[in-house]
Design a protein around this ligand. Structure first.
Ligand code: ZN
Length: 418
């Protein structure tokens, strides 16, 4: 929906979200207004809201133009979250929502914002017609890193041995800002060594220095971890590609993002969904289990990396039994009340429902049965696809990012060769 053309750029720090927004304005030849969410929050009560109003007033006068709000999370944290659930932020946020809703798309003001923590944003900000379109600005892959290194290296004199491809290969998980830092560090080392040209040893040492600084900030995976993550992610993707009607796989990546996700499989629905059938829910569980089972098949045992998947799979099974009456044993009854209509946003209450202990035991059994059935199904499925699993994981380790279409080709070639 292009009601107000509001894009939310989502990605880790240092990946150039601000640069991208600025480039969009430059490309379009329009005025660029930029402000950071944290600037609003430091203000006195009432000032932040007035500032938002002013900003939009000015923008309307200068239209066509782009308003860019960096660190949207500082301003748009879910209400009541954190120690400072303070009035000021709430007023400022409300004003922003008012401005967004009052947007007339014809005047040509485009709103863009950036965050590295979309999960903590107030859901009101993400509703249709507001920031309903998210653009992933990810850490670069190997080819991207090489291109970024080349741009920054233009300003320094490189020696003949300074192979930037080697450096690109050494730096999975690095952001654009981190790569710029490597060139800087290498230049400093070169000067300190009284050399004129930046050589490979300086670049390599610079990588180590930047890594040491990064280790606290991001995860940089070792070789064995990378291998495991590659098999895990290809496991998810192969299951999704094998099940009819599953959401298509966009891409599979082992470029680490943030603290939690070591790799990820980007599976996007082709349309907004408000209803799901039992088969679709079972398929969702199967896809979630694919990562763990791929690890088990390949390495003989699972790792802690699958925990989040298991939590999600169990939650879906729980909802099927308790909320949607999709368990044959318990029948079409709902054992949970006051649910939100949107199925994936369910928070299962921890308190005991108004049912007997016997029913509680049956619920547990049914949840277990649903997950176990999918576990067996995925184990069979991936067992048959082992060649594709291995070929896909090898390609992913090599390239760090592969598309769903590429994995599909691998799958088809493997089954044709059998
Ligand atoms: Zn997973």
């Amino acid at each position: 929906s292009d009601v107000c053309s509001s894009d939310l750029l989502v990605g880790p720090p240092g990946t150039g979200k601000t640069l991208l927004a600025r480039a969009v304005a430059g490309e379009a030849g329009v005025t660029f207004f930029s402000i950071s969410g944290s600037e609003f929050v430091e203000m006195f009560v009432g000032v932040g809201a007035a500032r938002v109003r002013d900003l939009f007033e000015q923008a309307k006068l200068k239209a066509p133009c782009i308003i860019f709000i960096d660190e949207l999370d500082a301003l748009g944290k879910a209400r009541g979250m954190g120690p400072m659930a303070h009035e000021e932020r709430e007023q400022t946020l409300n004003q922003l929502l008012v401005e967004m809703d009052g947007f007339d798309p014809r005047i040509g003001v485009i709103l863009m914002a950036a965050t590295n923590r979309p999960e903590i944003l107030d859901p009101a900000l993400l509703r249709a017609g507001r920031f309903d379109r998210q653009v992933l600005v990810d850490r670069p892959d190997k080819i991207g890193r090489l291109a970024i290194l080349r741009v920054h290296a233009k300003q320094v004199a490189l020696g003949p041995d300074a192979d930037l491809e080697v450096i690109a290969g050494m730096t999975p998980g690095f952001s654009g800002a981190d790569l710029a830092n490597i060139i800087n560090e290498a230049t400093l080392l070169t000067v300190r060594r009284n050399k004129e040209l930046v050589g490979l040893p300086e670049l390599q040492e610079a990588v180590e220095r930047v890594v040491a600084g990064l280790e606290k900030r991001n995860r940089v995976l070792n070789k064995m971890e990378r291998e495991r993550v590659a098999y895990h992610e290809v496991g998810h993707a192969l299951v999704a590609l094998s099940l009819p009607g599953a959401d298509p796989i966009q891409k599979i990546s082992i470029i680490p993002r943030g603290i939690a996700a070591l790799g990820y499989t980007l599976q996007l629905p082709t349309e907004d969904r408000f209803l799901m059938t039992r088969t679709e829910l079972e398929n969702k569980i199967a896809v979630l289990l694919g990562g763990r089972i791929a690890e088990e098949l390949t390495f003989g045992e699972a790792s802690t990396g699958a925990q989040n998947d298991l939590v999600k799979a169990t939650d879906i099974a729980k909802s099927m039994v308790k909320a949607y009456g999709m368990s044959e044993k318990l029948g079409a009854i709902t054992l949970e009340r006051e649910r939100q209509p949107q199925f994936m946003q369910i928070q299962l209450s921890q308190e005991k429902g108004d049912y007997s202990e016997e029913t509680a035991r049956e619920i547990d059994c049914e949840i277990r049965r649903i997950v176990d059935e999918q576990f067996a199904r995925v184990k069979r499925l991936l067992g048959e696809q082992r060649a594709a699993l291995q070929a896909g994981a090898t390609m992913l380790m090599e390239r760090e990012v592969i598309t769903g279409a590429e994995l599909k080709t691998i799958m088809e070639n493997q089954s044709a060769g059998r």
